[in-house]
Design a protein around this ligand. Sequence first.
Ligand code: CP
Length: 319
Amino acid sequence: MNLQTKKHLLDIDCYSKEEIFQILNDSKIMMEILNRKVKKIPTLRGKTIVTLFYEPSTRTRISFEQAAKILNADVINISIKESSSNKGESLLNTVLTIQSIKADIIIIRHPHSGAPYFLAKNSEVPIINAGDGSHAHPTQSLLDLYTIQNNLGKIENINIVMVGDILYSRVARSNILAFSKLGANITLCGPNTLIPHEFLSNNHLYKNIKFEPSLKKAVKNADVIMPLRIQLERQSTGHLPNLQEYSKQWCITSHIVSISKQDVKILHPGPMNEGIEISSDVAHGPKSLISEQVTNGVAVRMALLYSMLNTEPNMNLEE
Ligand code: CP
């Protein structure tokens, strides 16, 4: 527990490989606390965490809230509909107002890619990006890494297949950076119109990434299959004939899973559209780690908040 983190977490490339592994290690300690009968430690007592979500969220927002409360921080959730944003207040002025009430960290989700970067330049309060447009979702990457490591023992050389809307998925973008940095083999699969070919350029950021247009071929040697939701809310032009056509060709069904390795694991960042990118029996079946991802997200966010806010040399793990 001695990570010297950056002030802000804007995307996964803010962290080195060593820093990522430190958070994953710290998350194991946090998981032990999360599994206690009384899940509360005093570590962040006196700290105030503000969540500022301009887009809907179930998992990320409650996961941060749960993580903060277990560490004894105070949490303020700002409801955008009931805030002065509705009266025309700018994003910057909203954040400066939160700064003035002496918040210690701001967790923001925003529909515009880059919004957290703009705030990080203009705010004294540390910013965590909880998803910006189709750009980045770094805490989802951290929890996905933790889930894979926890179940497969490692990330290096693991074959990960991401299927579907890579183009508009902030989870895919952050995960490609994260998996690539940690040495996994990544296969992108889906309609050609939703695969950004910039990821296939094999430079220092994007390594061991290939595109496989056939779903059956893509999943053959997969250790992990991760279907992604079609982000219809972000698509300004039609990239697909319709969702039924998409589903016929790209849905992760039990038949597709049966083509893959016997012990393949299924991850999905959520929210799922069951029957479109994943069938219900796969989503809730024995190979699915989707519920575990949500639980792991709390532990990972506890480790992250701890690393960004704790000022004590040793963590008090007592209840
Ligand atoms: N994975 C994820 O970001 O889910 P929410 O939109 O529910 O937060």
